[in-house]
Design a protein around this ligand. Sequence first.
Ligand code: NAI
Ligand code: 15L
Length: 268
Amino acid sequence: PTPRTLLLTGAAGSIGTMMRELLPRYGYALRLFDLAPVPGEPDAVTADLADQDALREAVRGVDAVLHLAGIPVEAPFEEILRANVEGTFNLYEAARAEGVRRIVFASSNHAVGFTPLPVGDGQLIPVDTPHRPDTYYGLSKGFGEDLAQLYWDRHGIETVSVRIGSCFPEPTTVRMLSIWLSPADAARLFHAALTAEHVGHTVVYGSSANTRLWWDLSSARALGYEPLDDSESFAAGLIAQQGEPGPDDPDRVYLGGHFCTDPPMWRR
Ligand code: NAI
Ligand code: 15L
């Protein structure tokens, strides 16, 4: 495929670092943006999402944006507001002003975290389940999805909002067995989201083809995503180490698991 210029926000972060390695294999030329310097990348833009001039310059001439930058966990509302809500707004405004046509937005399972887990076999949580944020963090992701819808309806900017499960090299909890997104599958999914035609605003869940999957991957597969990994190979080891969560454990009761009940970190 023709190399496409892609702006990667959050390039210094955990997923950003994995994607810097994996996405060039799909032919992308990456431009990097992060508040933190990106090690070994002197050309990366080191700037805040609050810096509208830096954002305008960063998006100028790119074919698409993979928007990963933001606070990835619960935090005081003011911080979430600044980085995730205003920051994502600033990114979309820069994209509109510079004529960028496609954004892939890193949403989260925590936008729908209070969704009760399915009780019966074979039931999968649909992608159009109502927003039920479990944190200010999850609330900001619901905002980002609605912002994406607005910029499609009003300005014709296409977005795939990916409600990422747990994207780490390996699942580290029993809950993650259901929602794990392997780094290689993340690259496959982002590539599909960046290249599928006529996506308008499409919401997908982001996970591998896990045996213990809770949600419906059909909207992701409709983009051409074919997950190749399954967390099941980690199941026996994790269950032996941690045990299965009991029936009242939030990790068994809600899609967002312990995020629904954890005391906010700054009040612990
Ligand atoms: P991370 O914290 O490792 O990376 C985020 C990056 O964004 C950091 O390098 C940080 O410096 C940068 N950043 C934060 N605020 C910024 C600002 N105001 N301006 C510019 N840059 C800023 O997080 P991770 O795990 O890589 O997550 C990336 C994205 O994916 C986040 O939006 C997160 O909410 C989302 N996500 C991640 C999941 C995961 O399993 N890792 C699950 C669900 C969603
Ligand atoms: C998220 O949204 C977080 O960014 C990530 O750190 C994980 O905790 C993940 O959700 C999860 O639900 O496991």
